[in-house]
Design a protein around this ligand. Sequence first.
Ligand SMILES: Nc1nc2c(ncn2[C@@H]2O[C@H](COP(=O)(O)OP(=O)(O)OP(=O)(O)O)[C@@H](O)[C@H]2O)c(=O)[nH]1
Length: 226
Amino acid sequence: MDSSLEFSSSLGSVSSLLTRHRTFKVLMIGDSGVGKTCLTHRLCAGEFPCRAEATIGVDFRERLVEIDGEKIRLQLWDTAGQERFRKSMVQHYYRNVHAIFFVYDVTSLTSFSGLNSWIEECRQNSLGQDIPKFLVGNKSDLRDPSRANQQVNQQTAMSFAKAHGMMCFETSEEKVPIKQDQIEDIVLTVAGKLKRHTTINNISVCNGSFKVTSKKGAEKESWSCC
Ligand SMILES: Nc1nc2c(ncn2[C@@H]2O[C@H](COP(=O)(O)OP(=O)(O)OP(=O)(O)O)[C@@H](O)[C@H]2O)c(=O)[nH]1
């Protein structure tokens, strides 16, 4: 009797597992103030937060996306850029990550050169070489042609992305509808890449989410601006 109860309850949990959406953990990293929190809000809710304050530790936002008839859940981890708010939490950020956004501010050369230390942090935390990586140049609405040599140009960003096997985008807070369409394109691109990057055979369930174990080469780099 006990064992049949046990059997039916385990069948129940298997069926609930099968109907659950696959969840992908996407990490947002980059210097403090580059706009990770605003970008995370926009990717998930389609709008900017009323106020953005320095992130302490980490914030989470989720977005359900349908790709080729399958709903997948993107779980965006918006991490603190300031060292004093990261500290002991760093190892937790990098556990079971499926994709990563490297965010910089196009008007700040320092935030762009700072990406090297974020890449180094990924390496120190054993982040797989094969996971999809995205380079995002934010605040493109603040580009000033008269100060071009103090800003990050798109060519430089594309070369950096190519060298590190990343896809790259530019984003801004302009609120015109066409810009939001392009934000949606980023969401679909990321979700599509994650879905293609994994098959049911090379994903293992891990703490209620899925751990990617595939080894697929980086795709051709692309550039998108919004
Ligand atoms: N003009 C402009 N300002 C932006 C944009 N994105 C963010 N900001 C502003 O930049 C400031 C910092 O934005 P956050 O999203 O808090 O930056 P963060 O990278 O999350 O910072 P930390 O939490 O300290 O790591 C805020 O005042 C935002 O309003 C953008 O695309 N354009």
